[in-house]
Write a protein that binds this ligand. Sequence first.
Ligand SMILES: C[S@@+](CC[C@H](N)C(=O)[O-])C[C@H]1O[C@@H](n2cnc3c(N)ncnc32)[C@H](O)[C@@H]1O
Ligand SMILES: [Zn+2]
Length: 388
Amino acid sequence: MNTPVIGEGNIRVRVPLPDDSSDYTLSSVSVFYNPEMELNRDITVAAISGFIDRTEVEPASISYADVMSASGIRGIRMASELGLKCWLNDWNPDAYELIRENIKLNALEESCTPSHQNANTLMHQEQFDIVDLDPFGSPAPFLDAAARSARRLLCITATDTAPLCGAHLKSGIRKYAAVPLNTEYHREMGARVLLGAAARALARRDKGINVLLTHVTRHYVRVYLEIIRGVQHADSTMEKMGFISHCFHCGFRSWGYGLTPETVSRCPNCGKSLKLAGPLWLGGIQEPDFCGAVLEELETRKPGKCKEAMKIVAFCKDELNIPTFYDHHWLCKKNGVSPGTINDLISALKDAGFMASRTHFSGTGVKTDAGINNINDELTFVSDKYIQ
Ligand SMILES: C[S@@+](CC[C@H](N)C(=O)[O-])C[C@H]1O[C@@H](n2cnc3c(N)ncnc32)[C@H](O)[C@@H]1O
Ligand SMILES: [Zn+2]
């Protein structure tokens, strides 16, 4: 294996490249390394730094585990840039060797522990203040052990967006015990299905959650869950689970809390049948103050993907806490109007007394508490203004 040294954040690591670099794919090397995930790692450093500030605990006494470390790049950044006590695990023997080498390369032997176990075994044996779950594909098989292991913060990446978002329905149902719908807000639905599964796993351990930051970027979902221990918190977390009813004909949607919601099968707006998604997380998915702290960290640290990271987190900070969004293009097509700008629609909704915002989930997404008929009215109003 050819392992050139690359720089990311303030560290240097050896990463695997195939001997013939012309046929490089993520699976053509024996240890995983994805340069595209630098953005994810940059946000992670800023988010965990923001989280540590609110705990008021010395970083050196906070334990962090990347239970699936591959080259070790993520955990090494946490040790080097934040001063955390890090555990870097991977069951692949080549990865374990590379992790050890990379710890040495950065002279982090004091703060980093390499290990070589099944992640589930490790998480059932050890507890960490912060657990980072970064598997290939679905984190579902690891949620139970992660819920047991994580004391303060659980960070999860999921790259199985097709099952989560409803594109591979049966697979999503099997993995997450939830029914997703492939709506125009499927990216948000995927995040909420994942959050719902994590919330239920944690509740089984008498742990509640406070969702600090959620983003769906490129091909993955990333969530940061603050853990609040105690049965009362676990109970109130479960109260934020629920179902979304969606009408594919007119775009009407509504949601109800609880695991046995009262549902209607006909759309109250157009009379066509409603489809049901869930159980999923209906609580908040962004904490604006936390997002503000992450933005400050990014601004100060200026990591490699700073600009892109700040754009994502700024959108997350400002998006309304409403479980769905509307697609501006879909609305325009449905109403037979030519699209004005999305910001004009948002201003019109606000002028009419509704809340409205953009969303990081989609460049053409609008979050609002207005119902579908009010949105249609405002859209027509905006479009008429353009025609005059
Ligand atoms: C997506 S990579 C991790 C990337 C890394 N966290 C980063 O930021 O670059 C997933 C890793 O999980 C490891 N893995 C998969 N299943 C595992 C398991 N059950 N226990 C431990 N490691 C596992 C694989 O060997 C692979 O290196
Ligand atoms: Zn309808």
